[in-house]
Design a binder for this molecule. Structure first.
Ligand code: MV4
Length: 446
């Protein structure tokens, strides 16, 4: 096992990784910006290195500074966490070139899934069902309009380099195509420096369902069931649950087998998530995330597996050591993302936390790096805590979540706690009756 690793991240996820390391006897090195001098990830780590000024581009994205920190502290490996450099194939490659282990997939798998056209083509080759659409990039308007006529309107035009909901346009008729194509291309060029686009049939009321996988790079791959992440606002997830209220055991086993068969063919290593749209009982691949995800704890709670521990283990070259039979799913789990934002306008609310009391008790987990007196900096993502609840049934989970939200005190900044309190008393939510558009509609009506 590694003796010491560097955690190239901040906030709750840096703590999450630190915790797994400590339980495995691994020492940790934190890196931080000047704005994060007093951050909990720095306080808890065995060693820390300041890697630059507040702006992420000069600190948490500063590859040279991070590799220097790894060199001077003599670590064995680097965990990239979530966001920042976690899906940067060049970084993964440079980590390895400098003689460290990258705790994640190979650079080749990161690249493969980072470009959406390549990912879609690869998914099709591997037998993963995709949305009907173009076979690769559409080169010109005529080709796109001909194809859209075959697929049937509405269609969605997507940038191959897209992400976070950027670089997508829906066209409802042939007349709209030329305009939407050029809009999508110019947005993609400006945002990602790549104007390649492809088209798919537009699904009107799908759910967002993603399957958690874990592979050892030797062909052993298991899945940890699915998460329902349909509750989003402007492509930001708000609340996630596992299992999905929309799937039965047959659908779960079917999609699980499809993804594990596929990823075992490419000998996928580390944690990963395959995202699907789910409509009328069918799954349609949209993308794959080659990293740990913010909502990974709900899968951990349901499967009783420490995903970061497993990432560390397989990164050393160890085989998974168990098969799908060993994965037993139990009960229900929900995660509420608590952001330092106004609960109605979502305007960020950085500043000092004056009071803090986290809920506890059976089945309650809080992943957070904040504390009373901590100042939430304005430079980074506004996620300050994740409340993760587990219960033996969905109803027990909901009752527990309600009481945990009531106990949660975060004073001094606005948070999304009141939004969650309202959300979990909505009949549609309680009935599990929601799609990817439900939350925005509901918020518009409030
Ligand atoms: C779609 C779609 C409908 N049809 N693709 C949004 C982000 C990106 N990951 C994929 N997205 C979508 N792709 C087809 N063919 C609708 C969305 C979409 C969405 C997907 C998941 C969660 C929330 C969403 C909100 C709006 C649109």
């Amino acid at each position: 096992m590694f003796e010491k690793i560097l955690i190239a991240n901040r906030g709750e996820i840096a703590l999450r990784i630190h915790r797994a390391c400590k339980e495995m006897g691994i020492r940790t090195v934190a890196v931080h910006s000047t704005a994060d001098q007093d951050a909990m990830h720095v306080r808890l780590a065995d060693e820390s290195v300041c890697i630059g000024p507040p702006a992420s581009s000069e600190s948490y994205l500063n590859i040279t500074a991070i590799l220097s920190a790894a060199t001077i502290t003599g670590v064995d490996a680097i965990h990239p966490g979530i966001g920042f450099l976690s899906e940067n194939a060049k970084f993964a490659e440079m980590v390895e070139e400098h003689g460290f282990v990258f705790i994640g997939p190979t650079p080749e798998h990161i690249s493969m899934m980072g470009d959406k056209i390549t990912a879609r083509n690869e998914a099709m080759k591997l037998g993963i069902p995709c949305v009907p659409g173009s076979d690769g990039a559409v080169d010109n308007d005529v080709e796109a309009i001909d194809l859209a006529a075959d697929i049937g309107y509405p269609v969605i035009i997507k940038a191959t380099a897209g992400g976070g909901g950027k670089g997508m346009q829906v066209a409802h008729s042939a007349e709209e195509m030329a305009g939407k194509l050029s809009l999508c291309r110019s947005e993609a060029k400006a945002a990602f420096g790549n104007d390649a686009v492809y088209i798919e049939k537009y699904l009107g009321q799908p759910r967002h369902i993603e399957v958690q996988v874990l592979g050892d790079g030797q062909g052993n791959v298991v899945h940890l069931g699915e998460r329902d992440c349909s509750l989003q606002r402007r492509h930001q997830k708000v609340l996630e649950e596992a299992p999905s209220p929309a799937l039965n055991a047959e659908a779960r086993a079917r999609i699980g087998k499809t993804v594990t068969d596929a990823l075992s063919k490419i000998k996928y290593r580390s944690a990963g998530t395959i995202e699907f749209l789910y409509e009328n009982g069918e799954f349609y691949f949209i993308e794959m995330n080659t990293r740990l995800q913010v909502e990974h704890p709900i899968s951990e709670m349901v499967c009783d597996i420490d995903l970061v521990r497993e990432q560390l283990r397989v990164a050393t070259g160890a085989p998974l050591g168990y098969g799908q039979d060993a994965i037993r799913m139990n009960g229900h789990s929900i995660e509420c993302r608590i952001n330092a934002e106004h609960p109605k306008t979502f305007i960020p609310s950085p500043g000092r936390i004056t009071d803090y009391h986290a809920p506890g008790g059976l089945g309650v987990r809080v992943d957070s790096a904040i504390y009373s007196g901590y100042a939430v900096p304005p430079y980074y993502d506004s996620l300050i805590a994740k409340l993760i609840v587990h219960g033996s049934t969905r109803n027990e989970c909901l009752m527990r979540l309600r009481r945990a939200l009531e106990e949660f005190v975060v004073g001094g900044v606005n948070t999304t706690i009141p939004l969650h309190q309202k959300l979990i008393s909505e009949p549609d939510f309680l009935n599990g009756d929601y799609d990817i558009h439900w939350l925005e509609k509901w918020m518009g009506e409030e």
